[in-house]
Design a protein around this ligand. Structure first.
Ligand code: TXA
Ligand code: MG
Length: 324
């Protein structure tokens, strides 16, 4: 159920007062705090159990707030904001000196975006301050795409959850370095390389991936097995035959003896259900969740990136916990 205007206004006051508010965006739910208040940002890191060297994305109500957090708006940044904001594109730019070091994870740059969600935009306007917001999960867990999943993850550690219904896209924003003349993709996301015109471009050697991509991520409590496109039901049936409880997130119905956890029709629909399905697999108490993959093109790249990390990190994987 979507939040009322009064709830949004009250949540804006909580943010201004240094509190933590989880809120919906078009990608996933974020855990917000005043980006200019070092104490609030420290509480975000503590609530998530997030490593201090993994910086946060600052969310703005509009591009006109950019100069509050950024010291230099490049021509490329201007062009990208005009084309993509509000939307799932995060820009890395040189940070304004007023942005506390804790928000930047010790870097001299800052990541910033304007989310494309009416409740997020209303909340950001009500808050009147830039809002730092990582995904609202405990560190290492799948990102939440519903208010109920945020409550399960962080309910006892934060001041408020603003409900805006399920997230439409379901996979996080694309992070690009926009300091140069061409965008450099640091994290794949829901704006594709093709859409940015950099599909064939290898990142320059000096471009470090977003710090967050180094960490163990998206791990559900069940084992996740990745199946090739069109092969979900076959792989699930084979694993079920060995006596294990199997769930399927596939493009077709589950075979006998396999629990159907979710269905998808390609990259966008798998993206929209993936994180919820990882949680549904845990809730259904399956031993193995088989997820049928999609082609690695367009947003399929981002969806497969997250799926592979989940498959690598899920409980029972032989490398469990070693991919830090
Ligand atoms: O869609 C999204 O981006 C969601 C919603 C809530 O907006 N947010 C999100 O935040 O995914 P988080 O904290 O889970 O991921 C932020 C990513 C991390 O990989 C982090 O390392 C990277 O952005 N990042 C943040 N600041 C950066 C910077 N200055 N340079 C490079 N990467 C940065
Ligand atoms: Mg995250």
């Amino acid at each position: 159920m979507s939040a009322t205007e009064a709830q949004i206004t009250a949540a804006g006051e909580v943010l201004r007062g240094g509190g933590l508010v989880a809120f919906p965006t078009e990608t996933v739910y974020g855990l917000g705090g005043n980006a200019l208040d070092a104490g609030a940002v420290r509480r975000i890191f503590a609530a998530k159990g997030r490593p201090a060297d993994n910086p946060l994305i600052v969310h703005l109500a509009g591009a006109d707030q950019l100069t509050q957090v950024v010291s230099r708006v490049t021509p490329l940044a201007l062009e990208l904001t005009r084309r993509w904001w509000p939307g799932p594109l995060t820009l890395v730019l040189d940070a304004h000196p007023d942005v506390p070091e804790v928000t930047r994870g010790g870097l001299s740059t800052i990541a910033v975006r304007v989310p494309d969600h009416p409740v997020a935009l209303a909340l950001l306007s009500a808050a009147g301050v830039p809002v730092a917001a990582p995904s609202a999960n405990r560190s290492g867990r799948p990102s939440p795409t519903t208010a109920a999943d945020v409550v399960t993850e962080l309910g006892d550690r934060i001041d408020r959850v603003v409900d805006g219904g399920p997230s439409r896209l379901g996979v996080e924003s694309t992070v690009v370095d926009a300091r140069g003349e061409r965008p450099v993709v640091l994290r794949e996301g829901m704006v594709s390389r093709e859409q940015l015109g950099v599909a064939d471009r290898a990142a320059p050697a000096e471009a470090a991936a977003s710090p967050g991509t180094r960490y163990r991520h998206y791990a559900p409590r069940c084992r996740v097995e990745l199946a090739a496109p069109g092969r979900g039901a076959t792989v699930a049936a084979r694993i079920a035959a060995s006596g294990r409880r199997v769930g399927l997130v596939g493009s077709g119905p589950a075979p006998p003896g396999v629990t159907e956890v979710a269905r998808h029709e390609g990259a966008a629909s798998l993206g929209a259900v993936l994180y919820r399905a990882l949680r549904a697999g845990e809730e259904a108490d399956v031993d193995v969740l088989v997820v049928e993959g999609v082609a690695e093109e367009g947003i399929g790249r981002a969806v497969m990136d997250r799926l592979r990390r989940a498959a690598h990190a899920g409980a029972g994987h032989s490398d469990h916990g070693s991919s830090r």
